[in-house]
Design a protein around this ligand. Structure first.
Ligand code: COA
Length: 246
């Protein structure tokens, strides 16, 4: 979905009417198609203004009619207790992500297990995540209804191990990374179930989750959202994982 041609008459400016217009537009789209990204091309100097409504820059700047623009994207999906939205470059989002990924208990079973040591690494991460956004695919921030950040749910294409994917379509992976302060409350399951339902509703029928064999907490989330444990595989990420699928 796309919002475009946002404009108010010169005489109507300076009164907050354009902001009202945007709020009504995003509320209507959220109600009509929850979880579906809303895209727009913003004049570059208005990127912060669109940021007030949850839009984040989602690609490289470009010129249209000689005017600098940036593509922007906004996603919002609500559950009983949670709101899933885009990660932003705001200090509070960046500080949360650093505080989550600097912890060994969070990184222990992710990739090589290395923790973040420098907040600048968050920017590289956000760049990588931005590149994963495609339709309903992407990495969503999860927070409570009153804005306490909890973690992330990922929905993305999963890389085949070397030589494993020949002739096979790419699978879509669901994943979850939560701050230890948010463990033990069912938040990961609630957020992941909402993303899984969204994916199914939009025609992604096979979804996989892969975990380190020792990561029983993560495997439990996969089973709670209805994925079935298939056993160990070396099909993805050039490593041995436990595969859940459904
Ligand atoms: C994987 C991870 C997200 C699991 O977190 P989690 O808190 O165990 O999972 P949930 O949010 O679904 O919470 C489930 C727990 O909350 C409890 N709970 C409490 N209140 C609840 C409620 N209202 N509703 C549902 N469950 C509730 C459940 O009983 C369960 O506890 P248990 O494991 O002791 O039985 C977390 O360990 C994590 O972020 N790890 C680091 C990153 C990582 O490894 N990610 C996976 C990579 S593959």
């Amino acid at each position: 979905m796309r919002i475009g041609r946002v404009a108010t008459a010169p005489a109507a400016r300076g009164r907050g009417l354009a902001a009202d217009l945007m709020r009504v537009a995003v509320e209507a789209l959220d109600a009509e198609a929850p979880g579906i990204p809303i895209l727009l091309d913003a004049q570059a100097h208005l990127a912060n203004w669109y940021g007030r409504f949850g839009f984040v820059v989602s690609g490289a700047p470009f010129a249209e009619d000689g005017i600098p623009h940036v593509p922007m994207r906004r996603t919002r999906l609500g559950t009983e207790r949670l709101v899933l939205r885009e990660w932003t470059r705001d200090d509070s989002d960046r500080a949360f992500l650093f505080d989550m990924y600097r912890r060994s208990e969070v990184r222990r079973y992710i990739g090589d297990g290395r923790v973040m040591t420098d907040e600048a690494e968050v920017d590289d991460l956000l760049d990588r995540w931005s590149g994963l956004a495609d339709g309903i695919l992407g990495v969503r921030a999860v927070e409570t209804a009153d804005g306490a950040r909890l973690g992330s749910v990922l929905l993305k294409r999963i890389p085949w191990s070397t030589g494993a994917g020949e002739g096979r379509p790419e699978d879509v992976e669901i994943g979850w990374h939560f701050h230890p302060d948010a463990w033990g409350s069912g938040y990961a399951t609630e957020a992941a179930a909402a993303v899984l339902a969204l994916a199914r509703k939009h025609g992604i029928h096979r979804i996989v989750a892969v975990t380190n064999p020792a990561n029983t907490a993560s495997g439990a989330v996969a089973e709670r959202i209805g994925l079935r444990c298939v056993g160990e595989t070396r099909d993805y990420y050039d490593t041995t994982c436990v595969l859940y699928a459904g």
